[in-house]
Design a protein around this ligand. Sequence first.
Ligand SMILES: [Zn+2]
Length: 187
Amino acid sequence: MERELIRIDRNGTKYWKTKPICNRCGGSGVWTNGLSKGICYGCSGGGYKSERIVKEYTPEHEAKLEKRRIERLNKKAKEIAKKTPVKIPKIKQTEIKGNHIGGIGEKVELDVIYEDYKSWETPFGWQGIYILRDLDGNLITWKTSSYLGSEVRRGNKIRIKATVKEHVVNSYKNEKETHVQRVKILD
Ligand SMILES: [Zn+2]
């Protein structure tokens, strides 16, 4: 590399005019791939890249520049922080709705609203599930192969006698669910 000092400013920064050696031909001006040869098109055969000015700082001035650079970055970061509203994280609704009814194995007598019925076929026959709610809105389900018939209508209130089988949490509904069995319709 050829270089020539062209000026020193008041900070002691040296300005070098440089002519870097062509990295394509290594300064020879000739390009070859081992089979054929030609004039290097990186430097048009001159062996050097075009001139450029390179600054050389004194260590003191370089430290000063670095300090300023960091100050600028910090200032910018503060400005961005000011402009960006603080995001309040949304608190996820994790509270589980409802209550379980009775104790496991306990026989209960309840007024319930018959909310829904679903059935599906299994290798052992039809299986159904009755979805009920007590008058406080607590979810009760009864899995059964028996069908109450069409006289029991959705939305109607019925009085049942049942045995509490299980207490579970319905993760889909995020709700406590009481499974009952041996259900008898009283009214
Ligand atoms: Zn070249």
